[in-house]
Ligand binder design. Structure first.
Ligand code: ATP
Ligand code: MN
Length: 474
């Protein structure tokens, strides 16, 4: 037989050249039919859609056909024919079927309609389901859109290290990296970091920002896009121990420009999904969340609210005085809990909110301090900083960003008053010593964006292999 090239299902379904011979390969989703004919729904991962294979049973070996069960991998040669019943315009009349991989009955994804908790136990196999296929294709598209967005605007993709010896955002939540033999260390009763691989304590990064600032103050505008590690023991549907972060950093950018960039960036990504992931979004809209597409469209078409923290507190306190109950308090100075953020976004404004000018004490040391203190109920409040959190429906915080303090003395003042160990950070301070420049940036949690765009509820279900406390099996 003459060799023909494999056609992907995504391409095949667009073809109308009836009568042409094709070769498709993929996994059996379902099989139904009668004694005379079988209808096989075949999926090869290129699209959410299946192609229907029609197999007249008198043409195929009975033993072979027995093995064509859900999950089996097959190769099919046949002709493209017009379809009436498959839900697609075309189907394949099979002339040859080869079993590439049988799939015994203990295939964990055999049954439809399993819960996501169940599927998480089989994270290595759940990728073969419709939902995870859709989520992973959207994830790819979002990564591509992010690179395109920044590339088109003259940002450079800048690679910051994953292993770091600087401990700037609080030691408690970092994973230590060591080649020391912990059993031996335990026996000797003391740690000698001189003997460790880097000659000093090292960790996995919690953020590429500080190194990103080095890039931005040389290249003008950069972005990072890489994995980030946090050892915090927060078992929530919005936290992972290993997640991907996008961190643009831009010289000469002020607060209004930063907010414009944050808003434009998110809208671009969401619009990209609407334009390029229609089939997968329609699937998720019908199976996971009936208001998904409507929500995505509304985000693209609304102007985000821009609100100071102090104004936000005012709104929340008013709601409380009118009887709205919250689990956590929210006095000026408190870090907002996700219930507060969601009240503002989902109930009060009903659109995304960019919150700014937070109390200095609840934000990082590098944020630029505001010149004027806010006033609440006639009272002057403590200092605020030019931080911006973008708050989203369903998700809460999706972006955290700020204008950076570029003044050496002010930055040093914060570092000292907070008791931040800076002995390994001299290189960061050098950005402020040599040709310091105003600059700003933000961090977007990639998986939080995917949660929003897919309508999935749990962050463990939008990354192929989730890492969370006590869970790193696959
Ligand atoms: P949160 O308050 O939600 O814990 P954070 O303030 O600690 O987040 P940042 O340090 O500002 O987060 O990180 C920037 C962005 O990274 C956040 O806006 C969020 O989108 C994402 N992010 C932070 N922590 C996690 C995590 N553990 N898993 C997934 N994404 C995260
Ligand atoms: Mn934050």
């Amino acid at each position: 037989m003459n060799e023909i090239k494999r056609t992907k299902v995504s391409h095949l379904l667009t073809r109308r050249d009836f009568g042409t011979e094709v070769l498709v390969k993929g996994w059996v989703r379902t099989r139904r039919g009668s004694k005379a004919v079988s209808f096989i729904a075949l999926n090869d991962g290129s699209t959410i859609k299946n192609v229907q294979i029609v197999a007249d049973l008198d043409r195929f070996d009975e033993e072979l056909m027995k093995q064509i069960t859900t999950g089996a991998c097959i190769s099919v040669r046949g002709t493209v024919v017009e379809s009436i019943g498959s839900g697609q315009a075309v189907e394949i009349q099979a002339s040859e079927i080869v079993l590439l991989g049988a799939c015994p009955a203990d295939y964990p994804m055999q049954k439809k309609g399993q819960t996501f908790e169940y599927m998480r136990q089989y994270a290595h196999m759940r990728l073969r389901t419709n939902t995870f296929g859709a989520v992973m294709r959207i994830r790819h598209n979002m990564a591509f859109a992010i690179h395109k967005f920044f590339h088109d605007r003259g940002f450079f993709y800048f690679h910051t290290p994953l292993i770091t010896a600087s401990d700037c955002e609080g030691a408690g939540q970092m994973f230590q990296v060591t080649t020391l033999d912990l059993n031996r260390v335990a026996k000797s009763g003391k740690v000698d970091y001189n003997e460790d691989f880097f000659g000093k304590p090292a960790s996995l990064t919690v953020s590429g920002q500080l190194e990103g600032e080095l890039g931005a103050t040389a290249l003008g505008a950069i972005y990072t896009f890489g994995p980030t590690f946090r050892a915090e023991n927060s078992n929530t549907p919005r936290h992972l121990s290993e997640f991907w972060m996008i961190e643009p950093e831009i010289s000469f950018m002020d607060l209004p420009e930063l907010m414009d960039l944050e808003e434009e960036f998110i809208k671009y990504c969401v619009q990209w999904a609407l334009d390029n992931c229609a089939d997968d979004l329609e699937f998720l809209n019908s199976m996971i969340d009936k208001s998904l597409i409507e929500r995505l469209r509304s985000v693209v078409n609304t102007e985000f609210v821009r609100l100071s923290y102090t104004e936000g507190i005012e709104i929340l306190k008013k709601a409380i005085s009118e009887g709205r109950k919250f689990e956590f308090p929210c006095e000026w100075g408190d870090d907002l809990a996700s219930e507060h953020e969601r009240y503002l976004v989902e109930e009060y404004f009903r659109k995304p909110v960019i919150m700014t000018h937070y109390p200095k004490a609840i934000k990082a040391f590098y944020m630029k301090i505001d010149e004027v203190n806010p006033v609440l109920e006639g009272k002057e409040m403590a200092q605020t900083v030019q931080g911006t959190d973008v708050l989203f429906p369903q998700i809460g915080e999706i972006i955290g960003g700020s204008v950076r303090e570029e003044d050496y003395d002010k930055l040093m003042g914060e570092i000292e008053s907070r008791g931040i160990p800076m002995k390994d950070m001299w290189w960061y301070l050098d950005t402020r010593r040599f040709g310091s420049c105003p600059h700003a940036g933000f961090g977007l949690g990639f998986e939080r964006l995917i949660l929003f765009v897919t309508g999935m509820q749990n962050i463990r279900d939008v990354i192929p292999f989730p890492r969370t406390p006590r869970s790193a099996e696959f």
